[in-house]
Write a protein that binds this ligand. Structure first.
Ligand code: GDP
Length: 427
């Protein structure tokens, strides 16, 4: 198999990192293709516990080429810190490459992210304030600075000087904030450029070469489908596409080369930040799931909103990504519950909707329609074979497969690599 995409199917934090770390054993390359250090993967393996924000989760496999694709927004200080931390833990980073087309987060992006959120007041989007929205806005506005720019100091200085003039006008005239110094930013980013230079490559060509040998490439998604700027709960969305199609644009791999698309779903739903979430549980069950699953953001530490599995959003996610397989994670979190609900439709003004609405004002008014299934109330943490799963867990998974019209090929029952049930081999 050539290219396999691993995509967040809900609102992010589905456990993509664990699935990629696991599948990377059989891959030649792993590519991050969207987002920035607003995404965070937690990976637990024999090297220890890591919170990766930019480096692909395949880094722990020495024979696997790890690429930060052109679709990723890079904060150089964060990336260099992450590389240092990995090295300190004995992880080899010589197989890490960064696209020469990736955009760079500059100090004004971070400043403006915070200032814009504050100005939104009660309508704040709940961004991570890491400059990700502003860097992608600049990419489209043709004001961006890319990794390749850092490699040519003279050209970089002239580009930075014209962009900064514009940004300083906004900082001083709109926000009454002090201007930023060209000299300081230039020197700092020249320094970053020197440190990152050994990693910066035309990564699209590296991938084409790997694919020409028919070796497997994994596209590692960040965030989740329901946060896509086109199809998610706009404007409560992220600023780059977490979809399988985004995997093509953000890596330089043609979408025709993507042979298999895995949608990673949690066995329930979580969401961090603002925006509608029809199945959110604001009661003791939601609290129980949050505490049992330790649902706090890997990047921000913010508590995640928890709720039942939303099959309406799930079907929409399958439709726009074209998943061939589902990886169902965190099934073990439901182990203690006497009964479990699945949202099969939304009720709006007495009518049942089975399509996901485009307008958040409508979504806010939707009431979930639930189906209740019995829980299994026994630990699944040490189960390695699907035949050993309790019958109620089988029933739950079979119902999800039916509602989503997609097979669950991987079941995750714990954070560790070995706590995984491979129902069918996907890579
Ligand atoms: P990602 O960004 O999609 O990789 O997700 P996060 O890293 O934000 O959150 C996933 C968390 O769940 C991490 O702490 C994982 O170690 C953990 N995890 C992954 N799969 C499972 C599972 O099946 N069960 C449990 N209990 N934890 C899991």
């Amino acid at each position: 198999m050539s290219v396999v995409a691993v995509i967040g199917a809900q609102w992010g934090d589905e456990g993509k990192g664990k699935i990629v770390d696991l599948l990377a054993e059989r891959a030649k390359a792993v590519v991050r293709f969207s987002g920035g250090d607003n995404a965070g993967h937690t990976v637990i393996n024999p090297y220890g516990e890591f919170r990766l924000h930019l480096v692909p989760s395949g880094i722990f496999h020495p024979g696997v080429v790890c690429i930060i694709g052109n679709g990723v927004a890079i904060n150089p200080a964060v990336l260099l810190g992450e590389i240092d931390d990995l090295k300190k833990h004995g992880v080899d980073t010589s197989h890490l490459f960064i696209s020469d087309r990736a955009h760079i987060i500059m100090p004004y992006h971070i400043l403006l992210d915070g200032l814009e959120e504050e100005r939104r007041g009660r309508g704040a989007l709940g961004t991570t304030r890491k400059g990700i929205g502003p860097v992608f806005a600049d990419k489209i506005a043709r004001l961006g600075i890319r990794t390749c720019d850092l490699l040519d100091k003279e050209a970089f200085q002239s580009r930075l000087s014209s962009v900064l003039e514009f940004k300083n006008a906004i900082l001083t005239k709109v926000y009454d904030a002090p201007p930023l110094s060209l000299k300081e930013i230039y020197q700092q980013y020249c320094h970053y450029g020197e440190s990152l230079a050994p990693f910066i490559r035309d990564t699209g060509s590296i991938l084409q070469e790997i694919m020409s040998r028919r070796e497997t490439v994994l596209l590692e998604g960040a965030q989740g489908t329901m946060l896509d700027p086109d199809f998610g709960t706009y404007p409560y969305v992220t600023s780059s596409s977490p979809l399988a199609a985004g995997g093509s644009i953000g890596s330089g791999v043609s979408f025709r080369q993507i042979a298999h698309i895995i949608g990673v779903f949690k066995a329930y739903t979580t969401r961090v930040g603002g925006g509608p979430m029809p199945t959110e549980l604001k009661d003791e069950i939601g609290e129980l799931i949050r505490e049992r699953a330790h649902e706090y953001g890997a990047t921000t530490g913010r508590p995640r909103r928890c709720g039942w599995f939303d099959a309406v959003a799930g079907r929409f996610s399958i439709q726009i990504n074209g998943f061939n397989s589902i990886a169902l994670t965190r099934l073990d979190i439901l182990d203690t519950l006497p009964s479990i609900k699945i949202c099969t439709g939304y009720k709006l003004d007495g009518e049942t909707l089975d399509q996901f609405p485009s307008n958040v004002a409508i979504l806010h008014r939707c009431q979930p329609v639930y189906e209740e299934l019995p829980g299994w109330q026994t630990s699944t943490n040490n189960i390695h074979d699907s035949k050993q799963l309790p019958s109620q867990a089988h029933q739950y998974i079979a119902r999800l497969e039916e509602l989503l019209s997609c097979p669950v090929n991987i079941i995750s029952v714990g954070a560790k690599r070995e706590q995984t049930i491979m129902v069918r081999q996907v890579v």
